[in-house]
Design a protein around this ligand. Sequence first.
Ligand code: F6P
Length: 330
Amino acid sequence: MNSILPNPNGIRRIGVLTSGGDAPGMNAAVRAVARTCEKNNIECIGIYRGYSGLIRSDVVPLKARTVNNMTSKGGTMLYTARCAAFKTEEGLRQGVDACKYLGIGGLITIGGDGTFRGAEKLANAGINTVAIPATIDNDIGCSHYSIGFDTAANTAIEVIDKLSDTMQSHERASVVEVMGHGAGHLAVYVGISVGATAIVLPEGGFDFERDILERIREGKFNGKHHFIIIVSEGVTDTMALAERIQRETGVETRTTILGHIQRGGSPSARDRVMASRMGHFAVEALLKGETNQVVCYRDSRLLLTPINEALQMKKPLDEYMRRVSYELPI
Ligand code: F6P
């Protein structure tokens, strides 16, 4: 049964957009927004291509049935973009004008930090906004979880398990680069899951002798015949690292850069459920009169954090996770 929400801002129409890098589960969040709107007799419109679509008023009505089967679909049905024009004063003015012209009483923006910055600017210009964290990097400081992380990790694990089979047969080393955008959350999570011999992380500095050579030597001494080395993108030249490993250990080494494959695919149960909850929560927040907020998942529950505070919050790598990743494989 629906509870009656106060709707102090008299919102009649809510807009939703996805922005920045896509993440599996974005569609489930859009579906949740559209359906929660309909349950509350509010119109919902989807805005194409993030803020660049907003500036151009490029929209589509979203009815409950428009979003059929969207929990299982990867990517984003609204398309996504990174919009440089929106970062200018002129772009912001166009965005605000578009919201007024389209009758958008509340806007839900789904994405990462850059998406939040756009939402904050709109909120400060008088548009009610609530943002939802969605990025495979899971690097949003205010939220223990970001939509897409679990699916991306599972995609990486599935591929690395396959690599591991062939590396084991040939007694080789496999250097695998995963995404992360300057944060090691995905790398460490994947590394624990596949029992990586070494994980090269952006946090804490990288030392070839200590972080790779010693680990492979110790692994060999303990009877290991094949080695998985996970590299978080951007820390070092992954191809050159593999060549150096082969040169200095004598172990034949191959490189795999997983790249955008990590961003695709049908979302996992965790991402579907989290996206459904966050989308529902965001609409209810707007209807309760909230604005300039991020939906955050902390200590097993959803809550709101003001966008300016959310943008200041850091998410250091979990040191215990790091210790587990280090101690178990060898
Ligand atoms: O932020 C998500 C992410 O997938 C990062 O992990 C990666 O560095 C970046 O986006 C890649 O972006 P693009 O889609 O522009 O190649």
